[in-house]
Design a protein around this ligand. Structure first.
Ligand SMILES: [Zn+2]
Ligand SMILES: [Zn+2]
Length: 85
Protein backbone atom coordinates (compact mmCIF):
# COMPACT_ATOMS: atom_id res chain seq x y z
CA UNK A 1 0.00 0.00 0.00
CA UNK A 2 1.44 3.33 -1.03
CA UNK A 3 0.26 6.63 0.32
CA UNK A 4 1.07 10.18 -0.60
CA UNK A 5 2.83 10.96 2.67
CA UNK A 6 5.99 9.75 4.35
CA UNK A 7 6.02 8.79 8.00
CA UNK A 8 7.92 11.52 9.93
CA UNK A 9 8.46 9.33 12.99
CA UNK A 10 12.04 9.35 14.29
CA UNK A 11 13.14 6.17 16.01
CA UNK A 12 15.61 5.82 18.86
CA UNK A 13 18.63 5.60 16.60
CA UNK A 14 17.71 8.94 15.01
CA UNK A 15 16.46 7.53 11.70
CA UNK A 16 13.21 8.69 10.16
CA UNK A 17 10.70 5.86 9.52
CA UNK A 18 9.98 7.27 6.04
CA UNK A 19 7.37 4.65 5.18
CA UNK A 20 4.80 5.85 2.68
CA UNK A 21 1.43 6.26 4.31
CA UNK A 22 -2.08 7.59 3.85
CA UNK A 23 -1.91 9.86 6.89
CA UNK A 24 0.07 13.05 7.10
CA UNK A 25 0.86 12.14 10.72
CA UNK A 26 2.68 8.92 9.88
CA UNK A 27 2.37 5.23 9.05
CA UNK A 28 -0.16 2.90 10.66
CA UNK A 29 2.32 2.04 13.41
CA UNK A 30 3.60 5.51 14.26
CA UNK A 31 0.85 8.04 13.60
CA UNK A 32 -0.48 7.79 17.17
CA UNK A 33 2.98 8.53 18.58
CA UNK A 34 3.47 11.39 16.15
CA UNK A 35 0.17 12.99 17.20
CA UNK A 36 1.13 12.55 20.86
CA UNK A 37 4.52 14.14 20.21
CA UNK A 38 3.08 17.07 18.30
CA UNK A 39 1.19 18.06 21.44
CA UNK A 40 4.52 18.58 23.19
CA UNK A 41 6.19 21.98 22.95
CA UNK A 42 9.10 22.33 20.56
CA UNK A 43 12.46 23.45 21.89
CA UNK A 44 15.48 24.41 19.78
CA UNK A 45 18.46 22.06 19.86
CA UNK A 46 21.25 23.51 21.98
CA UNK A 47 23.76 22.56 19.26
CA UNK A 48 22.18 23.49 15.94
CA UNK A 49 18.94 25.28 16.89
CA UNK A 50 16.81 22.74 15.06
CA UNK A 51 13.44 22.36 16.74
CA UNK A 52 13.09 19.17 18.74
CA UNK A 53 10.72 17.67 21.29
CA UNK A 54 13.45 15.78 23.07
CA UNK A 55 13.59 16.20 26.86
CA UNK A 56 17.36 16.68 26.75
CA UNK A 57 17.07 19.73 24.50
CA UNK A 58 19.01 18.15 21.63
CA UNK A 59 17.80 17.15 18.20
CA UNK A 60 18.18 13.46 17.16
CA UNK A 61 21.43 14.33 15.39
CA UNK A 62 23.05 15.72 18.51
CA UNK A 63 21.43 13.71 21.29
CA UNK A 64 24.00 10.96 20.86
CA UNK A 65 26.87 13.41 21.22
CA UNK A 66 25.20 14.67 24.37
CA UNK A 67 25.32 11.24 25.99
CA UNK A 68 28.76 10.43 24.60
CA UNK A 69 30.35 13.62 25.98
CA UNK A 70 28.74 12.93 29.35
CA UNK A 71 30.27 9.46 29.28
CA UNK A 72 33.74 10.71 28.38
CA UNK A 73 33.57 13.36 31.06
CA UNK A 74 32.88 10.61 33.57
CA UNK A 75 35.80 8.55 32.23
CA UNK A 76 38.17 11.51 32.29
CA UNK A 77 37.37 12.51 35.84
CA UNK A 78 37.82 8.90 36.90
CA UNK A 79 41.21 8.84 35.15
CA UNK A 80 42.34 12.14 36.70
CA UNK A 81 41.48 10.88 40.12
CA UNK A 82 43.38 7.63 39.66
CA UNK A 83 46.45 9.32 38.14
CA UNK A 84 46.88 11.61 41.13
CA UNK A 85 49.21 9.76 43.45
ZN1 LIG B 1 6.37 4.98 10.65
ZN1 LIG C 1 21.09 19.58 16.78
Amino acid sequence: MYGEYYCPFINYSGNICGRSCMREEGCSIHWKYVIKLTNKPLIPCSDCGKLTRSASGRCPTHIRGFYVSKYYHKLRTAFEHSSKA
